[in-house]
Write a protein that binds this ligand. Sequence first.
Ligand SMILES: *Cc1c(COP(=O)(O)O)cnc(C)c1O
Length: 350
Amino acid sequence: MFKLNSLIRPNIIRLKAYSSARDEFKGEAEVFLDANENPFGDLNRYPDPNQLEIKKKLSKIKKINKDQIFIGNGSDEVIDLVYRIFCEPGIDKALTFSPTYGMYDVSAAINNIELIKVPLNNNFEIDTKELDRYIKDENLKVIFICSPNNPTGNSFDRTSVEYILNNFNGIVVVDEAYIDFSSRESCISQLNDFPNLIVCQTFSKAWGLAGVRVGAAYSTPEIIDWFKKVKPPYNVSSLNQEAVLSRLENKAQFEIEKNIILNEKEKIIKRFQELKLVKKIYPSEANFILIEVINANDLYENLVNQRIITRNRSKLVRNGLRITVGSKQENDRLIQAMERISKQSLTPKT
Ligand SMILES: *Cc1c(COP(=O)(O)O)cnc(C)c1O
């Protein structure tokens, strides 16, 4: 049985949340002398701690109530808050499927939480048999599922995600940072069926706002209340809130750019298929491609020398290089460089 309150850390249960000046009055106001702000300037006022305008817009786009949305300073804040709300340092554990996004690990280490890493199988799918060895551990509080997964690019089956939601009594975080690039439906539609589900998304990828640091968590109103209690009161600046709002105004532009990126991805894949250098192109539902090459370290260095930076993931995936889909010009430059290197490496050195 899932019991939310028994999963919350005791010090968080006892926590009396900070109440900001703007939270404490109701009604219309004209003179604000409550928050020790400076009366001069354009950015002199504290931002809306509840990010209501953003939540109003997102609630329409995502078809979900405002009280089921949390806005964070990037999804990295969401990940950190999950540890701080649910995991007792030095005692509790979290679990993830490797290889995956590095922040689950870093954030676990910062919070002194043991992170169990269950390897994905050869097709980068979740091995539920292997998972069964850990799922009944009383100190296991959180499972992170990154889908589409970074750096492998694939999404996980609905059946394996549902298996975890049904069989694990702790919190399941589904990180959907790349969901807009995938044709699959978001797990947001399953929030009514699973009281232990948190879906995490970001404005950093398909929305093109990595610079503004805004991410979102979607869950039950009860879980979202804990996030609101534990977050710093003004966690998203007014400049950042405005940047998100103006981007949300123009969903048509978002669709156009997303489709350009997806078309460019197909182009890169076609051209890579012709290169001897590239041994394997893993299927991708994201805005990056994971490839296996003959020698990832050499290729990485070679590209760096041509001022093209890719992500060397060979420590996680044998000879794996992760390549983000860029602008047409950037992608063409990458393809040309790869074609040149491919030709050179086929001519024997003299
Ligand atoms: C890029 C990425 C994020 C985004 O993090 P932000 O803090 O929102 O920029 C989250 N999860 C995964 C798996 C990512 O690859």
